[in-house]
Ligand binder design. Structure first.
Ligand code: AMP
Length: 223
C-alpha cells in the first residue's frame, strides 16, 4: 500500500529534523515546500521571484506557485511507494488542492494517509528559530544553543557550510507564527475529523520523538 505522510506543526517545531531522518529510514522522498521554494529563488525562476516577497514577510507563497511545484514533484517515480510531506498543505485551500492532485495521481490505488501534528507551545519556538542553522549542502538542521558544535559554521555530518535562513529572524518568525495559527492550524481539526491525525508531543527530545514516530510509521506500514 502506498504510504503518504503529512507533517503539520508551527515553525521550529522540529518537523524538518524528524522528516529527514524518517525519509532515510523508510526510503520515502522527503518533500519540503520551504526548501523547494528556496531552490526556485536561488535559481531565479519566475516561481521563485513570485514567492520571494511572501517568504521574506512570513506569509504563504501564492497557491498557484506551490500547487504547480508540488504536483510536479509528487508525479515523479520516486513517489510511487509514498512520500513524506513537510510543510504542505499549509492552508485549507492547499488541502483541497492536495486532495485533487492525489485523486489524479493515485487513481484507484490503495493508499494510507496519516497526518502527524507536532504539538508544542509557542514560547520555546522563537528562540529555536533564531538559533537554527541549516547545512547548505545536506540540509541537516542544528541548534546553536542546545547542540554543542565544535565549529558553528560547519556541518558535522558532511562538512558543508552552516547558514542561517533569512526568515529565521525574530521579526519574520513572529509573522510566520501568525500565518501558522490563522491558516495552517485549522487543518488539525480537519485531519482529525477524517480520522487521519496523529498527535505528537514535540516538546520532547529528538530521540524520544523519533522513537514514537517510527513506531507509528511501522504500525501503519505493516498494518
Ligand atoms: P519552511 O521552510 O517550511 O519554514 O517555509 C519557509 C517559508 O516558505 C514559509 O514561511 C512560507 O513563506 C513558504 N512556504 C513553505 N511552504 C509553503 C506552502 N506549503 N505554501 C505556501 N508557502 C510556503
Amino acid at each position: 500500500m502506498k504510504q503518504e505522510f503529512i507533517f503539520i506543526g508551527p515553525p521550529g517545531s522540529g518537523k524538518g529534523t524528524q522528516t529527514i531522518l524518517l525519509s532515510k529510514e523508510y526510503n520515502l522522498p522527503h518533500i519540503d515546500t520551504g526548501s523547494l521554494l528556496r531552490e526556485e529563488i536561488a535559481m531565479g525562476t519566475k516561481e521563485g521571484k513570485l514567492a520571494d516577497s511572501f517568504i521574506s514577510k512570513g506569509q504563504l507563497a501564492p497557491i498557484e506557485v506551490v500547487s504547480s511545484i508540488i504536483k510536479n514533484r509528487l508525479k515523479r517515480t520516486d513517489c510511487s511507494n509514498g512520500f513524506i510531506l513537510d510543510g504542505y498543505p499549509r492552508s485549507v485551500e492547499q488541502l483541497t488542492a492536495l486532495d485533487n492532485i492525489l485523486k489524479e495521481i493515485d487513481g484507484n490505488n490503495k493508499v494510507s494517509l496519516k497526518a502527524f501534528y507536532f504539538d508544542i507551545a509557542q514560547d520555546e519556538l522563537i528562540e529555536r528559530l533564531v538559533n537554527r542553522r541549516t547545512c547548505k549542502n545536506c540540509g541537516a538542521i542544528y541548534n546553536l544553543k542546545t547542540m554543542n558544535l565544535k565549529d558553528k559554521n560547519k556541518c558535522e555530518k558532511c562538512g558543508g557550510e552552516l547558514i542561517k535562513r533569512d526568515d529565521d529572524t525574530e521579526e519574520v518568525a513572529k509573522k510566520r507564527f501568525e500565518t501558522y495559527f490563522n491558516q495552517t492550524a485549522p487543518l488539525i481539526e480537519l485531519y482529525e475529523k477524517r480520522g487521519q491525525l496523529i498527535r505528537i508531543d514535540a516538546s520532547r527530545t529528538i530521540d524520544e520523538i523519533y522513537k514514537e514516530l517510527t513506531g507509528a510509521v511501522k504500525e501503519n506500514v505493516y498494518s
